[in-house]
Design a protein around this ligand. Structure first.
Ligand code: 4AZ
Length: 257
């Protein structure tokens, strides 16, 4: 009995599962993105998910114009318009709320190689124009939104723990933007010109697999695209987001295309 409990604790520690020791400054690690809560699609009409032709959700995205969705390059690279769908207005993946929209074009940034090398940005063109309110991109006047401590909102249908299952419902969480120097201390690959990072030093709240491509929002603008990180919600392992401001011109060029 004692041995079983010890083994379980060890397994949970290895798997990064939340235990009683994961409580930090009054915030208990729960089961939701990681450490988040259910949010309504009505209040976030611009958040979408990407699905394959079988309806399986694999990434997130953000509606930034009636026919344009910003997502991560690592979500879009290697895909074709034929095998990609954008699901708009559906909070519960197991419902038929909202609509499933076909894609006519996929643009992946020409500098993209892998997520941790930057340029992790792509734009999908939808066959039909959406009536939902788009989210504005961060622009040159929005540098201050990247100031350390700025509360960022992350949203998605991804995993609720590092080894856990993806979420049925749209979840949201708040993560503070971190100082570039702190992100660079953690990750050799961190490039402040192309990335931003967000999270709490003690972990517990983060994006995870399946949230990629989805939004990091501050000041009512899209400031980041969920990109990568070491595990999910680990102590001293913040989430990395594509720095939208760095790619604003490249994205804008796709919105008129
Ligand atoms: C992923 O694999 C992934 N904790 C997304 C976000 C993070 C880590 C991994 C950040 O899609």
């Amino acid at each position: 009995m004692r041995l079983a409990a010890l083994l379980m604790t060890m397994l949970m520690a290895l798997a990064g599962t939340a235990t009683a020791d994961d409580t930090a400054v009054g915030r208990v690690v729960d089961d939701r993105v990681v450490g988040g809560e259910r949010v309504s699609i009505a209040e976030h009409p611009w958040v979408v998910y990407l699905a394959d032709s079988g309806g399986y959700q694999f990434c997130g995205g953000t509606l930034v114009a009636p026919t344009k969705v910003v997502t991560a390059a690592h979500c879009a690279a290697g895909r074709t318009p034929r095998n990609t769908r954008v699901v708009v207005g559906r909070e519960d993946k197991n419902s038929d709320q909202g609509r499933v929209v076909r894609v006519t074009d996929i643009w992946v940034h020409s500098d993209y190689l892998t997520a941790d090398q930057g340029a992790d940005v792509a734009v999908l063109t939808l066959r039909d124009a959406m009536a939902e309110r788009p989210l504005p991109l961060a622009g040159p006047q929005d540098e201050s939104l990247y100031a350390p401590g700025t509360p960022g909102r992350v949203l998605g249908w991804g995993r609720t723990s590092e080894q856990g299952a993806v979420s049925r419902y749209l979840l949201g969480a708040t993560v503070p933007v971190m100082a570039d120097a702190d992100c660079a201390d953690v990750y050799l690959q961190y490039d402040p010109a192309e990335m931003t990072c967000a999270g709490y030093p003690e972990g517990g709240v983060d994006t995870c697999q399946g949230d990629s491509g989805g939004p990091l929002v501050a000041g009512g603008k899209l400031i980041g695209i969920t990109s990568w990180g070491e595990g999910c919600a680990r102590r001293n392992r913040p989430g990395i987001y594509t720095r939208v401001l760095a790619y604003a011109d490249a994205i804008e060029a796709q919105l008129v295309a």
